[in-house]
Design a binder for this molecule. Structure first.
Ligand code: NI
Length: 221
């Protein structure tokens, strides 16, 4: 049986472990992404009445499959999480739930929408998506676009409605178009009421940003 003190200890050790392993990771899933997702996931867990222990562990470990890429092998993340949590003596039912959550949330292979069977999973998925929205989403979009050598904005390039994930990956786009192609669609894909409420505020902030951007381009402001 895991006591309250043990749980805090497990969370603290896991936090430190993830921080050490991610280290200088720079593919967009750096430690501070994990930290934000964990904070947001715990806020959603409070709103939804979910157990913060399982949610916290799953949030901390949710991008572990991305650590070394492993040729797209989606089982690596859950395996690593299981080995880590079992080593700490976390009870089996919680380990199973955390690993199931990571399997659903972390691996985004082929862009297929994976149904998430656990409440913890739905919460962590919401928190992960929320980190792509709002002021953070805007910052990440331009950082990523710069990394890929994309233009900020090119009025000759229209936003595309991609029919397939392959098409989405191949088409050259701009950072501004990325809002229309992906980010503005995310608020309708939230799993929880608390996640939806947070997404609505971040969505409105992005819309205000895009409006201001268009007004500045047109010399209106
Ligand atoms: Ni993530």
């Amino acid at each position: 049986m895991t006591t309250t003190l043990d749980r805090e200890d497990v969370l603290a050790r896991t936090r430190q472990h993830v921080q050490e392993v991610l280290g200088e990771e720079s593919t967009g899933h750096d430690w501070w992404h994990i930290e934000r997702v964990c904070t947001t996931a715990l806020a959603i867990a409070r709103g939804e009445g979910a157990d913060p222990f399982g949610v916290g562990l799953a949030a901390l470990l949710h991008d572990i499959a991305d650590w070394k890429f492993h040729d797209g092998d989606a089982s690596v993340g859950p395996q690593r999480a299981r080995a880590w949590l079992e080593g700490l003596g976390v009870e089996g039912g919680i380990v199973d739930e955390v690993c199931e959550t990571i399997a659903c949330v972390s691996f985004k292979g082929a862009g297929v929408e994976t149904p998430v069977p656990t409440l913890a999973g739905r919460i962590v998925q919401d928190a992960d998506r929320l980190d792509a929205l709002g002021a953070i989403g805007i910052a990440r979009t331009f950082a990523y676009g710069g990394h890929k050598g994309q233009p900020l904005h090119d009025p000759r390039m229209e936003p595309q409605q991609h029919a397939t994930f392959a098409e989405y990956q191949q088409k050259r786009t701009t950072s501004i178009n990325h809002f229309h192609e992906k980010l503005l669609l995310l608020k309708d894909r939230m799993n929880t009421e608390t996640g939806r409420a947070l997404a609505a505020g971040r969505h409105a902030f992005m819309e205000a940003f895009l409006e201001q951007f268009a007004d500045e381009c047109a010399g209106r402001k």
